[in-house]
Design a protein around this ligand. Structure first.
Ligand SMILES: Cc1cc2nc3c(=O)[nH]c(=O)nc-3n(C[C@H](O)[C@H](O)[C@H](O)COP(=O)(O)O)c2cc1C
Length: 420
């Protein structure tokens, strides 16, 4: 965790407003990279050639992330997809340093059971687990596994669920719980996480109910990549919600993109256009259950989740934003989660990512379309540039801080001299 100081007025990125109105700014704001722990080789552009859970592919992809400088990988959750928890255990046992972000939907488990699963995984991985709590943005997808609550009810349930899981992770005394969604008596776990006080809680969503629940409970708040202005708006909403919940800190922010990189700008843009053509072709030919009404045409179909609605609106308003953000990949998927591209050379994409870092984003999530090759290329060519630039910014910040302190000390000495 970064060191945080209460230093009003110090120029640094990522100001955090605490309850007493002072601004907390980290001396150093580290950057982290999140990739994908896919268990098969399919993507929006590529027909899967492996089984849904392919042991070798899962390990090869994760190992590439570990070898090429990524910090963590996401095991996503889908109703019919392989269960991510045993997948996470498999990777944790095979790899040494890569951290795991495990997506989990509260509707598929009881919180006492889930808390033990997470604690056990944190033991297996020796403290490398973060849990991403998914509320579910789509009624139909939730109903596939028997969840018939409305979205706002689901957010209330997620909040209660996270509170219970946190308590189980940290409580060594048996306790009863009587809430809106869960009731149990005399529970205490016998397995506790390695991480103290507990593993981080990650959370995503872009509706008012999401900001309220995640602002209150999340250590990491995840957003899908949007233009800088809209991202800043959402970060503000998360911070306001955290304050409203009585927190003195705010969640770290994570933003997700689909980078399309090539050695020259021209080649990158050609690749981006080929990517959109491939997404459209695959959608048209794909199994009916993957097709959405309107087949990705803007305005033809409205997803239920606010995050996807925002992506569609942004794509309808323009194709290019800021330094390298490109929306046709999002439009072609009908506002699918994490679908906006960053297009350009590694240098351009790295600078675009640094724009988000300067906005206060600490975790950069990226996933290509050829999952393995793109994870290697991004790790080899983009991550080192971003890390180097972040290190420079940190050094400048520390130097500015030291200069400011030296000046204050000079003023103090002068005052003493005058008084004497
Ligand atoms: C970075 C990120 C990752 C997500 N991963 C998953 C996932 O693996 N499975 C899933 O069903 N939903 C996933 N979601 C969806 C959210 O957890 C949430 O259910 C949805 O965005 C809520 O919709 P809202 O925008 O209307 O609040 C993810 C969201 C974000 C931002």
């Amino acid at each position: 965790m970064p060191v945080r100081l209460s230093l009003p007025g110090l120029a640094a990125p990522c100001p955090r407003t605490s309850q007493d109105g002072t601004t907390e700014r980290p001396f150093a704001m580290p950057v982290e990279f999140l990739g994908i722990a896919a268990t098969g080789d399919g993507s929006e552009t590529n027909v899967r050639t492996t089984p849904a859970f392919d042991r070798d592919y899962t390990l090869r992809l994760a190992r590439a992330h570990e070898e090429y400088g990524w910090d963590r990988v996401l095991f996503a959750y889908g109703s019919g997809s392989p269960d991510p928890a045993p997948g996470a255990a498999y990777l944790a046992a095979k790899l040494d340093t890569l951290q795991i972000l495990l997506a989990h939907r509260p509707n598929v488990s009881y919180p006492t059971f889930a808390a033990k699963t997470f604690a056990t995984l944190d033991r297996i991985s020796n403290g490398r687990l973060t849990v991403h709590f998914i509320t579910g943005g789509n009624d139909h997808e939730q109903q596939r596994e028997g969840d018939f609550l409305t979205k706002d009810q689901r957010y209330a349930r997620t909040r209660e669920y996270i509170e219970i899981v946190k308590k189980i992770w940290t409580s060594h005394e048996p306790f009863d719980h009587e809430g809106e969604y869960y009731r149990f008596n005399d529970f205490v776990a016998d397995v506790f996480p390695v991480q103290k006080p507990r593993p981080d809680v990650s959370f995503g969503g872009s509706s008012p109910a999401a900001y309220a629940a995640g602002g209150a409970e999340a250590d990491i708040y995840c957003l899908w990549g949007e233009p800088l202005a809209q991202t800043a708006e959402q970060i503000e909403k998360v911070r306001e919600a955290a304050l409203a919940a009585g927190r003195t800190d705010t969640p770290r922010i994570q933003v997700a993109f689909r980078p399309v990189i090539a050695p020259t700008e021209e080649l990158a843009w050609e690749k981006a256009h080929r990517t959109v053509d491939a997404i459209k072709a695959r959608k048209a030919d794909g199994p009916a259950r993957h097709r959405r009404p309107g087949n990705g045409r803007p305005g033809a179909w409205t997803p239920e989740n606010a995050g996807s609605q925002r992506l569609i609106e942004i794509a309808e308003a323009g194709e290019r934003y800021d330094r390298a953000l490109w929306t046709p990949t999002a439009a072609a998927t009908g506002g699918g989660g994490n679908s906006n591209a960053l297009v350009g050379t590694p240098e351009t994409v790295a600078q675009a990512l640094l724009d988000y870092y300067d906005l206060g984003v600490e975790i950069l999530s990226a996933r290509g379309y050829d999952l393995l090759d793109d994870a290697i290329d991004f790790g080899r060519y983009v991550i080192p540039i971003v890390r180097e630039e972040v290190a420079k910014r940190d050094a400048e910040r520390v130097a500015a801080q030291a200069a400011e302190e030296a000046e204050r000390e000079r003023d103090r000495q002068q005052l003493i001299a005058v008084q004497a």
